[in-house]
Design a protein around this ligand. Sequence first.
Ligand SMILES: Cc1cc2nc3c(=O)[nH]c(=O)nc-3n(C[C@H](O)[C@H](O)[C@H](O)COP(=O)(O)O)c2cc1C
Length: 148
Amino acid sequence: MGHTKDIAHQIQEQTGGTLFEIKPAVLYSEDYDTTERQGRTETREGYRPMLAEQVTDLYSYDTILLGTPNWFNTMAPPVATFLADNDFAGKKIALFCTNGGGGLGHIVADIRTLCKDSEILDSLDIYEDGGSGAKAKISDWLKKNDLA
Ligand SMILES: Cc1cc2nc3c(=O)[nH]c(=O)nc-3n(C[C@H](O)[C@H](O)[C@H](O)COP(=O)(O)O)c2cc1C
């Protein structure tokens, strides 16, 4: 738990960017099996949970570094809500995804479906919390995207 948030903080340290946490109005259970069961149903049905907080100043950003855990090869449902509820036209999106070995799954294709008029930059795939190699992986990824 907290892998994606932790990577987001490491990215923020390297970029000085602004952090916004995508959080569902009703938090998922801390019990893994319960969340797994709920997540399986929600991703299969394309369910989009309400968010606890809306982003209000998206217009002032042209590049979004978007983080999500891999949930059944797609993004976590609150991230789908975030993409569907906001207008990313003309913006660049760089995905970072933490996962348990499944890599990016089909998340990039799913982002393209939700953000048809955005430019999708190079993505970062992190295994669980990324361990001691995370810092270097992040900095390589930022360089590739001209964000360093
Ligand atoms: C509901 C659920 C579904 C998951 N599905 C996958 C999966 O399909 N492939 C994968 O590699 N990891 C999967 N994982 C593992 C997470 O992607 C991985 O542990 C991630 O780093 C968790 O990020 P977090 O700590 O920010 O929640 C799943 C985890 C959960 C809770």
